[in-house]
Design a protein around this ligand. Structure first.
Ligand code: CA
Length: 225
């Protein structure tokens, strides 16, 4: 999943980026509000972590602009001041959540997972598709109770499919949400990874969960037919 950080404190932005990348998220950073607006409009993020006090354009103005344009990406506001008035203003402007600095990184992660679930049709930290279980906290994957070892990239693709379960996901969707912007779009690497995943997730089990939607992409779903 792709996360946009808009934060002018470069040290903090760097720490957040590093921590999120260790959790297999793809992370973009913007250091001022205008750059943040450009990124939000041109690179589809799954969650935006948005500082309020920013140069050029403040966070609330940025938020108001993207909401007016119909961009409904979940937004977590980072506030330096823990005042009720600030929180009310942020939530009324269209924020989904907020965190007061300084915050524990684990709390940011939990809030990001919560927003990712809210955006998709997933309700719990463990996503279940049939007898497949994907623990979005520990990144452990089990099928019929058996632990399945995946590479970081395989996990990222499976998690993306899982958050979008029962929906068709195109190769472009996967590339946009799993790879950083310098990725070569012509590559058929997604099909290669899907084959790896099939070998690990579906092979040897009675029912297939990873479905090819011809000419479109893929879908993770429990096939009851
Ligand atoms: Ca700031």
């Amino acid at each position: 999943m792709r996360i946009l950080i808009v934060e002018d404190e470069r040290d903090l932005a760097g720490i957040i980026k590093k921590g999120l990348e260790e959790e297999n998220y793809v992370v973009d950073i913007a250091y001022d509000g205008e750059e943040g607006l450009y990124m939000a409009e041109n690179y589809p993020a799954d969650v935006i972590v948005l500082d309020i006090m920013l140069p050029v354009m403040d966070g609330l103005s940025l938020l108001s602009r993207i909401r007016k344009k119909g961009i409904d990406t979940p937004v977590i506001l980072l506030t330096a001041k823990d005042t009720v008035a600030d929180k009310i203003k942020g939530l009324d402007t269209g924020a989904d959540d907020y965190l007061t600095k300084p915050f524990e990184f684990g709390e940011l992660l939990a809030r990001i997972r919560s927003l990712l679930r809210r955006k998709s049709n997933v309700k719990e930290a463990i996503i279940r598709i049939g007898d497949l279980e994907i623990d979005t906290r520990s990144h452990e994957v089990r099928r019929a109770g058996r632990l399945i070892r995946l590479s970081a990239r395989e996990y990222a693709i499976l998690e993306y499919l899982a958050y979008n379960k029962d929906r068709v996901v195109t190769r472009t969707d996967i590339i946009e949400h799993i790879y950083s912007e310098d990725f070569d779009m012509d590559s058929n690497v997604i099909d290669v990874y899907i084959n790896y995943l099939r070998n690990k997730i579906d092979r040897g089990f009675g029912t297939r969960l990873i479905h090819t939607i011809r000419g479109t992409g893929y879908m993770l779903k429990e096939d009851r037919s």
